[in-house]
Design a protein around this ligand. Structure first.
Ligand code: ADP
Ligand code: ADP
Ligand code: MG
Length: 671
């Protein structure tokens, strides 16, 4: 086994790998960019080497810098994590050349699976079933169109070198093919440096089921069962679970064996995932990911194995720790990916400092008895850290285990209530709804689940307004007085008067609804109440023992929760949801001149990758004007109404801030 390894990654996966190293007594070396100088993964490792600027291209993708860091620190092997260089054959090759063990498959296997098109050709030869489609070398646009016509619409265009849900276009009709092809090729070239595409029949209501495989250098190969990752947005996984619900033993075995055959066909070594798409009980090979997967913890929980340990052992030349017969499924596990993103704005990433972050209490991941660890939180950030536009906006993975799916589901719903963040927008509320939704609860899973249940999943949340308000008022009164409730009348409440009852008006703004309102706090002897335009209720509060914890009685309700105060905004977390109230007493109401006519602003920080109009152009409502790219997605800014372009303020290649004005438009008639 190794004495020291370098982890060529960041965030939660770097922390995850470091944890196993620590347990096995292997020293770990972190690498970091400017933006990550104080990151959690740096603290999680024994040593750390700075490798460059914040952009991934200046640091985590710099092969020579990483190799140099490994050699300088005396690391014997390199763990690439996922994303970044994990599936880069040049990197694996460079490690080999430098005498470092690449903790992953051989270069030839990465190369074979790196092109989805070439991989499909290989899988065809190995008799692994494929989705009907075209994956040939000839990329002539006319020929591709002809193939698509033949396959029959809808078809899916995929970047052959693609990944991370990027570079895919669904084409519904022949007329749309040419435009989709151009856009797919552009995204493929800019993201993967290769514009080759393949075409697949676009299956309706399919399930994404994948199989975890492992192979060693002695010819051993096993599957560690399956995961269902059908719940996706933008072709990206949101919830993953193991084992995949509803598979018969025969089907489970058939898929496992097909996955092992796929791995054997490329002489695979290490951890890999064979992704299948399933429709009407048939499964088809989609791609193989030649690395550890984001969702590997659900497999760890149901098998009781530490997959990073398996990776290290196999890379060190040891045989697989267990044979196929020794592997068993125990219970059920579900993972929820908590992202800094805005579900109601098309899941656009959201950035900023995590001013407040609270995750459910995790039981340490204990190897050997993981089924006794019902809740696991894998995270690469701490409170105070920032989600930057440079990297993936994942905040944490919340993973739960249960004796069966229902138990795991109940545990997940409960744990999600304890996920609280202030700073960037998050998908936590959205996850709570998906988890509570009928189709998810019944395991009626397919990749269209989110889209199909859009109305329910995006409906306005029920808001415990009165209860949350009571907690906000309690936090304010506590803050104002500087003392816990129950202190003497001399508790410095600013408006306290010696004789007669005490009365304080508090002006709030309901942040989500942008509505101003006033409440009055009344105290007369021991009687306290809160008066709102529509009600007056007895009111009383107390402080909890944890930081930010407060409790209140309002009317007949007793509510407990946490209030995080960010300047004058009171973020209240209670009853499994959150509300925010801004205290406006002292605020001069600055006119909100934002979003005047003709402003077209960037919905996220990012880069301009195409400007589709020129000043003077007359455009229809909805016409695409500018294409931006941020993190992992392309976003087109369209005309809000018909009108004329007065000015274009940015050019291709420009980096723009969130909210920056991109163009000036003279709005025409609302059509
Ligand atoms: P998985 O199936 O394990 O979710 P993905 O292909 O979605 O794998 O990617 C795994 C991770 O790799 C992502 O969460 C992201 O961090 C990173 N990643 C993949 N592709 C890209 C990309 N094009 N740009 C940036 N990060 C990427
Ligand atoms: P990536 O490399 O981005 O992970 P995949 O080829 O694995 O790309 O596909 C990602 C997702 O896109 C799948 O999980 C599935 O939801 C959807 N998808 C892929 N191929 C098809 C298809 N032929 N029909 C319908 N959906 C598909
Ligand atoms: Mg995939």
């Amino acid at each position: 086994m190794f004495n020291k390894i370098l982890i060529a990654n960041r965030g939660e996966i770097a922390c995850r790998v470091a944890a196993t190293c620590k347990r096995l007594g292997i020293a770990s070396v972190a690498v970091y960019s400017d933006a990550d100088a104080n990151a959690k993964h740096v603290a999680a490792c024994d040593e750390a080497v700075h490798i460059g600027g914040s952009a991934a291209a200046d640091s985590y993708l710099r092969i020579e810098r990483i190799i140099e860091a490994a050699l300088r620190t005396g690391a014997q092997a390199v763990h690439p994590g996922y994303g970044f260089l994990s599936e880069n054959e040049d990197f694996a090759h460079a490690c080999e050349k430098a005498g470092l063990v690449f903790i992953g498959p051989p270069v030839s296997a990465i190369a074979a699976m790196g092109s989805k098109a070439a991989a499909k050709a290989l899988m065809h030869a190995a008799a692994v079933p494929l989705v009907p489609g075209y994956h040939g070398d000839d990329q002539d646009a006319e020929l591709l169109r002809g193939e698509a016509d033949e396959i029959g619409y809808p078809v899916l265009l995929k970047a052959s070198a693609g990944g991370g849900g990027k570079g895919m276009r669904v084409v519904e009709r022949g007329e749309d093919f040419a435009a989709a092809l151009a856009s797919c090729k552009r995204e493929a070239a800019s993201s993967f440096g290769n514009d080759r595409v393949l075409i697949e029949k676009y299956l309706t209501r399919p399930r994404h089921i994948e199989v975890q495989v492992f192979a060693d250098t002695q010819g051993g190969a096993v599957y560690l069962f399956d995961r269902d990752c059908s719940v996706q947005r933008r072709h990206q996984k949101v919830l993953e679970e193991a084992p995949a619900p509803g598979l018969s033993d025969e089907l489970r075995r058939a898929m496992g064996e097909a996955a092992v055959a796929a791995a054997r066909a490329v002489e695979y070594v290490g951890a890999g995932t064979v992704e299948f798409i399933m429709a009407d009980g048939q499964f088809y090979f989609m791609e193989m990911n030649t690395r550890l997967q984001v969702e590997h913890p659900v497999t760890e929980m149901i098998t009781g194995q530490d997959l990073v340990e398996w990776q290290l052992r196999v890379a060190a030349g040891e045989p697989l720790p267990l044979s196929q017969d020794e592997l068993r499924v125990r219970g059920h596990a579900i993972e929820a990916r908590i992202y800094a993103e805005n579900p109601s704005r098309g899941f656009l990433p959201s950035t900023g400092t995590l001013k407040y972050l609270r995750m459910p209490e995790a039981v340490e991941f204990t190897i050997g008895t993981p089924t006794r660890a019902p809740v696991r939180v894998d995270s690469g950030v701490r409170e105070g850290d920032a989600i930057t536009p440079f990297y993936d906006p994942m905040i944490a993975k919340l993973i739960v285990h249960g004796a069966d799916r229902d138990e795991a589901l109940a545990r997940l719903a409960h744990a999600l209530k304890d996920c609280e963040a202030v700073g960037p927008q998050t998908n936590v509320e959205f996850l709570r709804r998906v988890v509570a939704s009928e189709p998810f609860a019944c395991a009626d899973l397919d990749t269209g689940l989110i889209e199909r249940h859009r109305d329910a999943l995006f409906a306005p949340a029920s808001r415990p307004f009165k209860e949350a308000l009571a907690l906000a008022c309690a936090a304010l009164l506590t803050r104002e007085g500087g003392l816990a409730h129950g202190a003497s009348p001399w508790d410095a409440l600013s408006h306290w008067r010696l004789n007669g009852p005490y009365r304080q008006s508090i002006d709030w703004r309901d942040v989500e609804r942008d509505e101003a309102f006033r409440v009055v706090y009344l105290r007369d002897g021991d009687a306290r109440s809160l008066e709102h335009a529509q009600w007056t209720e007895p009111f009383d509060w107390w402080r909890g023992s944890e930081p930010h914890a407060l409790g209140a009685h309002i009317g007949d309700s007793r509510v407990t929760g946490r209030v995080f105060v960010d300047d004058d905004v009171f973020h209240v977390f209670c009853q499994g949801t959150s509300l925010a109230f801004e205290w406006t007493n002292l605020l001069a109401h600055a006119a909100d001149a934002e979003h005047g006519e003709g402003r077209l602003t960037a919905p996220m920080p990012g880069k301009v990758i195409a400007v589709l109009v020129e000043p003077g152009a007359v455009v229809e409502k909805g016409a695409p004007l500018i294409v931006m790219e941020a993190m992992k997605m392309e976003h087109t800014i369209g005309a809000p109404t018909a009108g004329k372009i007065a000015e274009v303020l940015f050019a291709v290649g420009d980096q723009v801030a969130d909210g920056a004005q991109l163009l000036v438009m003279e709005m025409g008639e609302q059509s």
